[in-house]
Write a new protein. Structure first.
Length: 267
């Protein structure tokens, strides 16, 4: 826009034609549909504030808000990957090094893979939120929504192993980070640290915390076929969002190929 700082731009003076021209310029750079829609939403927000400040009229605001976004295909929305049972085993095997750090990382991965928590939700967990053998309470989920997620045996076992190293003092579940000398130190884990744990422990196939959440939802749907229950446990507002995480087709394809491989070997 010919400016070196956003303060130099007369946003209210852009008008409908200016916004269209700016979006056309952005579209020429071939961004993703999600990136284009984020820019469009930002511009709409700017004009809404300009309207509230009396800098643009209601007609201009309506014209800008009428600009349509780009449709995002289901393939783009559902980017990411599903982790097979073998890949989950590799993740845990990479943590089983008989150190406090390994015990902590295994507990983090178990929470993500078997309860479907977002990494920020996992980082915010406190010891009081975990009832071993029962459930984990997410007090500050997305949109400040609380929920309970039952714990299955593998999660309970991994958390128990971590608590032996962590201790039972009140506070965040992952309040201790572990130094390279395997000592328990302050402060605790951030959501970025949880991301790094998953990336580092995943080895060559590389996955993210959200891939573990996606895997949780897919496995849950494959086991129960209950989209509504999966929505509640994942903390989604809509089943439409939960459906985006569904990787049952990939699971079925993988199982079909495994059966074909077994038949080929038998012959």
């Amino acid at each position: 826009m010919g400016a070196t700082d956003w303060h130099q731009i007369n946003w209210a003076g852009l008008g409908y034609a200016g916004v269209n021209a700016l979006l056309a310029r952005l579209a020429a750079d071939a961004p993703s549909a999600a990136g284009f829609n984020a820019a469009r939403a930002a511009l709409r927000g700017v004009f809404h504030q300009a309207f509230l400040l009396g800098q643009v009229g209601h007609e201009t605001l309506l014209r800008v808000q009428s600009i349509k976004g780009e449709r995002i295909s289901r393939d783009k929305e559902s980017s990411g990957r599903y982790l097979s049972a073998g890949e989950l085993e590799v993740l845990f095997a990479n943590c089983d090094d008989e150190t406090r750090r390994g015990s902590r990382d295994a507990a983090v991965i178990a929470i993500l893979a078997f309860t479907g928590l977002r990494r920020a939700e996992a980082a915010a967990l406190e010891l009081r939120d975990v009832q071993l053998g029962e459930d984990v309470v997410v007090r500050w989920g997305k949109g400040r929504k609380a929920r309970r997620v039952p714990l299955i045996a593998p999660t309970t076992q991994r958390i128990q192993s971590w608590l032996l190293a962590r201790g039972t003092e009140p506070g965040a579940l992952f309040i201790r980070r572990v130094s390279w000398k395997d000592r328990v130190l302050d402060p605790g884990l951030s959501d970025q640290a949880i991301y790094d744990i998953v990336r580092n422990r995943s080895g060559a196939f590389k996955c993210s915390p959200h891939d573990l959440r996606r895997t949780f939802v897919s496995n849950l749907l494959a086991a129960s076929q209950d989209l509504s229950a999966a929505r509640r446990l994942a903390g989604h507002s809509s089943t439409d969002t939960t459906a985006i995480y569904d990787r049952r087709a990939e699971i079925a394809d993988q199982q079909a190929m495994e059966k074909l491989n077994a038949e080929m070997i038998r012959e």
